[in-house]
Design a protein around this ligand. Structure first.
Ligand code: SF4
Ligand code: SF4
Length: 238
């Protein structure tokens, strides 16, 4: 022990630790940066109400009751997509989300004040009537309450119940390329428009889907060793 006392931090040294931990979710104040294209819609995804997420702030898994729009994490190594590992800086610093502006790792009060405020949602961002109609139809057919109900019937309902689950998954799966092609929207935006694919989030019900070469889906039980929380945390971690 050197006997030196370490002074508590009082300003940001831009070490990037918070950016490497997780990506931010968007607050209502962030709607303009998404609408104006400073954050690309291909760089975010929607976590829909009813989805199982890991809450970084309280370090627990929970079903979210509200919609969350979140910046994507890096596929390798995790952390925020916009963090430049070489420069150790934010690629969109001037237009970084509200949560990032509020985060001071030595005092979480400002961050929590922002975090507890209203979240951005697709309703505030997507104005195209055709698209909002499609989202409503998708929500009607593929909402998590309905999927939960269908899954619960599997034990007693047998093959017919499995078919009902697969019908929901197939609708979600096939709608995405259809909308991308018909409306000329980048396929990378579909996770923002319709949320994470149900073929991925179905693991929250202890199930997984195998896509067979002939295009059909096979629903099986998840290996208990595999996580049942879909990848992607809902919150920016300090
Ligand atoms: S807020 Fe803290 S963890 Fe984040 S970059 Fe600044 S000093 Fe590093
Ligand atoms: S948007 Fe920028 S500041 Fe915010 S977590 Fe990502 S890299 Fe860090």
């Amino acid at each position: 022990m050197s006997g030196e006392t370490v002074e508590p931090r009082t300003d940001c040294i831009r070490c990037g630790e918070c950016c490497q931990g997780s990506s931010p979710s968007l607050q209502m104040e962030d709607v303009p940066i998404l609408a104006d294209g400073f954050i690309a819609k291909t760089d975010v995804y929607t976590i829909r109400a009813g989805e199982l997420v890991h809450d970084n702030i309280h370090d627990r898994t929970k079903i979210t009751q509200e919609e969350i729009i979140k910046v994507r994490e890096k596929e390798v190594g995790g952390g925020c997509l916009y963090f430049d590992e070489v420069q150790k800086s934010c690629k969109i610093y001037a237009h970084r989300p509200f949560q990032c502006k509020a985060l001071t790792c030595w005092d979480l009060d400002p961050f929590m004040g922002v975090y507890n405020g209203p979240k951005a949602s697709r309703d505030e961002i997507i104005r195209d009537k055709t698209l909002t109609g499609l989202i409503q139809e998708h929500e009607r057919k593929c909402n998590y309450d309905r999927l939960d109900g269908c899954v619960k019937q599997i034990e007693t309902g047998g093959e017919r119940a499995v078919e009902r689950v697969l019908e929901v998954l197939k609708f979600d799966y096939h709608l995405r390329p259809f909308v991308s092609e018909k409306l000329g929207i980048e396929s990378g935006e579909m996770d923002f428009i319709f949320g994470r694919p149900l073929t991925e989030t179905i693991i929250m019900f202890g199930l997984k889907v195998n896509k067979k070469p002939d295009g059909s889906f096979l629903l099986t039980m998840l290996d208990p060793q595999q996580t049942s929380t879909p990848q992607g945390k809902s919150l920016k971690g300090p």
